[in-house]
Ligand binder design. Structure first.
Ligand code: ITT
Length: 197
């Protein structure tokens, strides 16, 4: 079976290919370079559906789209759906994470909790739609660390690590991230819905 992945973010493409290969190796994921719709939803689910619908209509294939971000508890869930543009209209990951660190400069460790959130939408050519959500709890570091991943990975410390050896996702390998991430947690829930494709 084939699905089109409606994203223009090459890091997401790479992560999806690894996650799908581990969970549904028979599924062929094809890229999408069609027009980018306006993402004006106020929820991850709304934006994921906007992107997946556009790709399903454009290609005639079942389409998947991920809308994701980081939700910081002390900021009431922001940046949330605004994660890609937190520091302005340009998608500048360094500026985004520096602004977020600035905003949290007075917030000490026990209060720096956050979650990565991924909502994946599946839109079939017959118009049927489903969404699943994965959350990855953790907290924000005081300074970026590590060369890996993308976006906010260098400042996100996932829960569940040994206290004396905590690393940001920027310091994790791609395999480690793809086995644990919000995106992987969402995809695991999606896998049964893809059984009929
Ligand atoms: P598409 O809309 O084309 O898929 P995008 O990067 O613009 O690509 P989003 O609108 O969903 O995607 O924005 C997600 C932003 O949230 C992304 O740019 C990162 O800043 C952040 N983000 C999402 N997943 C992340 C991850 O796994 N690691 C670090 N940051 C992440």
């Amino acid at each position: 079976a084939r699905v089109v992945l409606a994203t223009h973010n090459p890091h997401k493409v790479e992560e999806f290919q690894a996650i799908v290969a581990a969970v549904r190796p028979d599924l062929e994921v094809v890229g999408y370079d069609g027009p980018e719709p306006v993402e004006d939803g106020v929820t991850f689910a709304a934006n994921a559906l906007i992107k997946a619908r556009a790709a399903a209509i454009h290609t005639g294939l079942p389409a998947l789209a991920d809308d994701s971000g980081v939700a910081v508890d002390v900021l009431g869930g922001s940046p949330g759906v605004f994660s890609a543009y937190w520091a302005g209209h340009k998608k500048d990951s360094t500026a985004n994470l520096e602004l977020l660190l600035d905003q949290l400069s007075d917030v000490s460790d026990p209060h720096r909790t956050a979650q990565f959130v991924s909502v994946i939408a599946l839109v079939r050519p017959d118009g049927s739609e489903q969404t699943v959500e994965g959350r990855w709890p953790g907290r924000l570091a005081n300074a970026p660390a590590g060369p890996g991943g993308f976006g906010y990975d260098p400042i996100f410390i996932p829960d569940g690590q040994p206290a004396d050896a905590e690393r940001t996702v920027g310091e994790w390998t791609a395999d480690e991230k793809n086995a644990a991430s919000h995106r992987a947690r969402a995809f695991v829930q999606l896998a049964p819905l893809l059984a009929s494709l």
